[in-house]
Design a protein around this ligand. Structure first.
Ligand code: ADP
Length: 394
């Protein structure tokens, strides 16, 4: 049997230190003949193993017996592995108190030092990590609860938005029908009704997009898109809105723009609808321009800059910093024109989704310019063939 390392008088300071640290410090010996025994155990063993140091020195089995049965296999495997390879032993697991059968989490670390022919001294520390583990499991529980609640909220929003859109569609349809035979005065009221229903519709659409973006459900679905058809329907929708505020709606398009692109039409339309809506909303007796510029074109790769420019009320320099935050309405635009402050936050996220960045420049009283650049695929004959083959083999 190897004697414990004696602590001489110069070692008193060290002894004091070892006896007073809250972690259990020990020296353990393993030999080819025995699974091991303690030669030194610090005072902290009373707190960790509910045993006196002398008890552990006389009977190392106390340690083995205190390990939670479900964690014993893991402990044994790691212990044998550390002995076989003479490598640092690290284990984390549960102990059951000898006194009151309460659970305790500990982390055990031991450094091996070879003595002779298979005899190894282990210098180790046992750290009570119960409070860390409690906090960790509380945090995990809180995280899972928050995730469940966020998911339930998203689902609720999505269902509600969907269910509200259906009756709004009915109101809009009926208003159009009634408009046909209405007197001028009735038409004025119906126009107001339609305007309110349209606002409600875009509010609900925003909430739906917002919840989809937040839950990561919004993904890019590229397909063939006819640029002229997409621009045509944008014009049809927004020239009415432009007329209401006596704005001139201008589409400035490069001559060289291709007709067919391979992209997500719905997302591009949503981005442009939001930007054109805002431009018309915050401009009166002015101009709203949608500009499409080709920045470069190499075979089927097209780089396009898309800008929505208006000559409206503009946005102050300070407000430009926060304009893309959700629920943010700023400056002169606040509450005068309705809205939720969600539109630009959604637009920015949609532009991000398309792999680009939404830029804004604006001067109060002069107008604003929102722009972004897109790398798009032009649908040339050869590109079309390539896609068809890819789809077939998918
Ligand atoms: P909202 O639904 O309130 O319009 P947005 O997120 O689309 O929300 O816009 C946030 C705010 O940014 C608006 O309330 C307005 O103050 C300002 N804003 C957005 N676009 C323009 C614009 N083209 N001209 C002036 N102000 C704008």
């Amino acid at each position: 049997m190897i004697e414990p390392t004696p602590l001489n008088s110069e070692g008193d300071q060290l002894k004091n230190l070892v006896e007073h640290v809250p972690e259990l410090i020990y020296e353990y010996i393993t030999t080819p003949e025995s699974a091991g025994y303690f030669t030194y155990v610090s005072e902290a063993c009373r707190d960790i193993y509910d045993a006196e140091p002398s008890e552990l020195i006389n009977d190392a089995d106390i340690v083995w017996k205190s390990i939670h049965p479900e964690d014993l296999h893991d402990f044994t495997t790691k212990f044998i592995e550390a002995i076989d390879q003479v490598k640092v032993f690290v284990w984390q697991g549960r102990l059951i108190s000898r006194k009151d059968f309460k659970l305790k989490w500990v982390k055990l670390t031991a450094q091996p030092v070879k003595v002779d022919k298979g005899t190894v001294k282990w210098y180790g520390v046992v750290h009570d990590i119960t409070s860390f583990k409690t906090i960790e499991s509380e945090l995990q529980f809180a995280k899972e609860k928050a995730e469940r609640e966020a998911k339930a909220k998203e689902e609720f929003l999505a269902t509600m938005s969907h269910d509200i859109r259906t009756p709004i569609g009915g109101i809009l349809g009926m208003t159009d029908l009634m408009m046909a035979d209405a007197t001028d005065e009735q038409k004025e009221y119906l126009q107001l009704l339609k305007h309110a229903a349209n606002n409600l519709n875009s509010l609900v659409n925003n909430i739906l997009d917002f919840s989809k973006l937040n839950s990561g459900e919004m993904i890019i679905n590229p397909a063939r898109m006819s640029l002229s058809t997409m621009l045509d329907s944008l014009y049809q929708l927004h020239h009415f809105k432009a007329d209401e505020n006596r704005n001139k709606l201008i589409f400035e398009l490069d001559e060289s723009l291709p007709e067919d692109l391979y992209t997500d039409e719905m997302i591009i339309t949503q981005i442009l609808n939001n930007l054109l809506n805002n431009a018309n909303k915050f401009t009166k007796d002015g101009e709203v321009i949608l500009k499409l510029e080709t920045l470069s074109r190499q075979e089927s790769n097209l780089k396009l800059r898309i800008s929505v420019i208006d000559s409206g009320i503009g946005i102050g320099e300070e407000d430009l910093q926060t304009i893309f935050e959700k629920f943010k309405q700023v400056g002169a635009g606040i509450n005068h024109q309705g809205g939720t402050g969600l539109g630009l936050s959604i637009t920015k996220q949609l532009v991000d989704l398309m792999g680009s960045k939404l830029n804004v420049s604006s001067t109060l009283g002069e107008g604003s310019c929102f722009s972004f650049e897109l790398n798009l695929q032009v649908l040339t004959e050869s590109k079309l063939k390539q896609l068809k083959t890819a789809k077939k083999s998918a």
